[in-house]
Ligand binder design. Structure first.
Ligand code: BEZ
Length: 234
């Protein structure tokens, strides 16, 4: 099981929720609506949803992230949960998720939990790594893909067989600059690439392989491509 470092996430990878804030107009949270934020991380987007007047609950599979979110935003309920098997007695008006579902390889299990959490007519608004995400990083770095990066038709199929009808879908290229000019890639690997268990020499070798493709304008970049989805529970 991955143990997350919430400080590294919050301090060096703030682009995760800064870009995610683009997704909030699609969610369009209304005062009094009950909204579940799946994979809330350190809680910044959950707090933006609360600011719109919605009654929001943040959920994350990482106890460390949830603890940090609760310190950041003590007025918001945060809980530890795994979206593959999460069930609640409550029915939400909307489920929101930013930059998380590519970690959940069992996409059907996640979609079933999301559908079970929504009232009929409730909406699911999400963005995560889509087909072709981090392709240069993986291919030029010689790294095996541990993530789930569906295309639009594949993911619409997952949602449909779990009771969610896709209303809007986008695949968006979003090359993203990493903050630290020298150690950006290493910081990213420390946060998101622990599964490869690369030691210092292996990381240096990786940097040399990737430099011609992912280092430009004085910074490291990650070749993100997002899938963005709006779906409704029938
Ligand atoms: C993403 O947001 O697309 C992503 C983040 C970490 C690892 C892989 C993908």
């Amino acid at each position: 099981m991955t143990v997350w470092n919430p400080n590294l996430y919050q301090d060096q990878h703030s682009f995760v929720w800064k870009y995610g804030s683009d997704l909030l107009p699609l969610l369009n949270p209304q005062p009094g609506e009950r909204i579940l934020d799946v994979g809330c991380g350190t809680g910044q987007l959950t707090a933006s949803i609360a600011e719109a007047g919605a009654i929001v609950t943040g959920m994350d599979s990482s106890a460390e992230m949830v603890a940090k979110a609760a310190i950041n935003y003590p007025a918001i309920p945060f809980l530890v949960g795994d979206i593959r098997n999460w069930r609640s007695n409550q029915r939400f008006d909307a489920v929101f998720s930013n930059a998380v579902l590519h970690w959940v390889k069992d996409a059907d299990a996640a979609a079933a939990s999301i559908a079970a959490s929504l009232r009929p007519g409730g909406r699911f608004v999400a963005e995560f790594g889509g087909f072709g995400n981090t392709r240069l990083l993986l291919e030029k770095g010689g790294l095996q893909n541990p993530w789930y990066y569906p295309g639009i038709s594949e993911y619409a199929g997952v949602l449909e067989r779990n009771g969610l009808e896709t209303r809007q879908a986008f695949l968006i290229d979003r090359p993203t600059r990493l903050e630290d000019p020298q150690f950006g890639l290493r910081n990213w690997m420390a946060m998101f690439g622990k599964q490869w268990k690369l030691d210092q020499p292996a990381l240096m070798e990786l940097e040399e392989k990737l430099r011609p493709h992912l280092f430009y304008d004085g910074h490291w970049h990650i070749d993100y491509r997002r899938i963005r989805i709006v779906a409704v529970k029938w």
